[in-house]
Design a protein around this ligand. Structure first.
Ligand SMILES: [Zn+2]
Length: 172
């Protein structure tokens, strides 16, 4: 059992309960809470808009006192897949805080898609626009064999719901 299982479960629950959020969170069918999968929407106004990208957070025994590893499973053109992304806040532990949680971490990750200056391990510095466009198209039909999520089942909903949410917030 994970030493901080309660915190882990609370953070997962909180992330799952967010309404109109630009991401979805999935747990593994085997009840392994050390790995949390997500699909996040490419930010509006970027070449990643319309994309839905799948990845996972790998939680160590020290979570939430240590930032999870962030790994993309699906190609986006922004991040390389299959290895932990290393960002400035991983290098500088002060930038990660336990209160950021899974929800905050996925949101930070989403905002990085629009950040052209960010550097680090697994980050593609100069995304190829045509390649990115192909990945955006492919992302509609992505399926994850580990968590069982199927983008074709909620692709339209997540775009629509978060578009409404965005426009509501812009009006305020
Ligand atoms: Zn998955």
């Amino acid at each position: 059992m994970h030493p901080n299982q309660r915190a882990v479960i609370n953070h997962i629950k909180y992330a799952m309960q967010q309404q109109n959020s630009p991401y979805k969170v999935f747990t593994l069918p085997n009840g392994n809470f050390r790995e949390v999968h997500f699909s996040l929407r490419g930010p509006k106004g970027t070449i990643f808009e319309g994309g839905l990208y799948h990845g996972k957070l790998v939680l160590s025994d020290k979570y939430p006192y240590e930032a999870p590893d962030m790994v993309f499973i699906q190609e986006s053109g922004k991040f390389e897949i299959g290895g932990a992304i290393c960002l400035s806040f991983r290098e500088n532990p002060n930038l990660w805080s336990p209160s950021l949680g899974i929800n905050g971490l996925i949101r930070s990750l989403q905002s990085l898609f629009g950040d052209e200056e960010i550097q680090g391990i697994k980050i593609i510095r100069h995304p190829d626009k045509e390649q990115v466009a192909r990945y955006v198209e492919q992302s509609r039909a992505f399926k994850c064999s580990a968590c069982g999520c199927d983008h074709s089942k909620f692709y339209d909903d997540i775009q629509k719901v978060t578009d409404e949410f965005d426009s509501l917030h812009q009006q305020k």
